[in-house]
Design a protein around this ligand. Structure first.
Ligand code: ZN
Length: 168
């Protein structure tokens, strides 16, 4: 079965209607269908869309960034953290040395201890996307093999923006 690369603009809001993120004024997002490049709920909702489609998509937390997991909230000694200086609620930092270490968020600071939350900031939040589909095209063989969309006017035969699969 052939697969498509979909390019779209989006505006993301929480259940209170607050703006969380938007691609408006920036570059549209391209993804390979069914490749896990965007959250599952959005991938499913946009399956088979036509270019020019404007659609509001509600994605429950479980199909977005997951439910909030209490076991990911932990109290740790400040002295054990890889950060200098004072911490305050809302601060974020990587929990380890390498670039793949999870990002944790400071919930509260109590004396020598810090309450940290390693959940994704959008975990537990039902999301609403206002989507405008810019284009839909068949994915190239290379894109299907790589499992992601390639950027550029040459429709996937050339550039690869942001990964290290070796295709340039
Ligand atoms: Zn690639």
């Amino acid at each position: 079965m052939s697969r498509n690369v979909v390019t779209f603009h989006y505006t993301l809001r929480d259940p209170q209607g607050r703006l969380l993120d938007t691609s408006a004024g920036g570059q549209a997002i391209s993804y390979l269908e069914g490749a896990g490049q965007i959250i599952d709920g959005l991938d499913e909702a946009l399956h088979g869309v036509a270019p020019g489609t404007k659609q509001t998509v509600h994605v429950p937390a479980a199909k977005a960034y997951g439910e909030h997991d209490e076991s990911q909230v932990q109290r740790v000694l400040k002295a054990l953290l890889p950060v200098e200086g004072d911490l305050k609620p809302g601060d974020q930092f990587r929990a380890g040395e390498d670039q793949f270490s999870p990002i944790v968020r400071v919930v509260e600071v109590e004396g020598d201890e810090v309450l940290l939350d390693a959940n994704h900031p959008l975990a537990g939040i039902d999301l609403t996307f206002e989507v405008e589909v810019v284009s839909v095209r068949a994915a190239s063989e290379e894109e299907v093999t790589h499992g992601h969309a390639h950027q550029g006017e040459d429709h996937g035969k050339g550039g690869c923006g942001n990964h290290d699969c070796g295709c340039k």
